[in-house]
Design a protein around this ligand. Structure first.
Ligand code: ATP
Ligand code: MG
Length: 137
């Protein structure tokens, strides 16, 4: 069993498809351990995406992630990290496989509906940014 972090990004929250995205997880053997809807501050978003700080799109990424509320979730299941990435589809929705969350709900490489941790190690760190151990149920 693994836990991973999922974020429903501001574009998908604004589209009112939180439930449809959560259904993809629950229908594919992933269980929600913790969940909250929050507004990220600039500092939150910069710290969360620290690994991308030097990338040319960092400013846009931070301004997009703070443009409206997000839903952060810790989700659990067998091979949860990889399974979540498979369900999400490619970063650029134009390249995402049919039936993936990004193919169905994302508009662009910036507004790409969801975030998912990309390794078990990063998942632990990212879950710890948003949730205490006692909140993971
Ligand atoms: P995420 O980390 O959000 O789950 P990802 O792991 O698929 O997405 P990363 O390479 O970690 O992709 O990039 C983080 C985010 O930065 C992407 O989700 C996307 O919104 C944005 N991004 C990545 N590459 C580009 C790019 N070339 N131009 C604009 N934005 C980009
Ligand atoms: Mg990433």
């Amino acid at each position: 069993m693994e836990k991973t972090l999922s974020i429903i990004k501001p574009d998908a929250v604004a589209k009112n498809v939180i439930g449809k995205i959560i259904d993809r997880f629950e229908s594919n053997g992933l269980r929600i351990c913790a969940m909250k809807k929050i507004q990220l501050t600039q500092e939150n978003a910069e710290n969360f995406y620290d690994i991308h700080r030097e990338r040319p799109f960092f400013g846009e990424l931070v301004s997009f992630m703070t443009s409206g509320p997000v839903v952060v979730m810790a989700i659990e299941g067998e091979n949860a990290v990889l399974k979540n990435r498979d369900l999400m589809g490619a970063t650029n929705p134009k390249e995402a496989e049919a039936g993936t969350i990004r193919a169905d709900f994302a508009d662009s490489i910036d507004a790409n509906a969801v975030h998912g941790s990309d390794s078990l190690e990063n998942a632990k760190t990212e879950i710890g940014i948003f949730f205490t151990d006692s909140e993971l149920l």
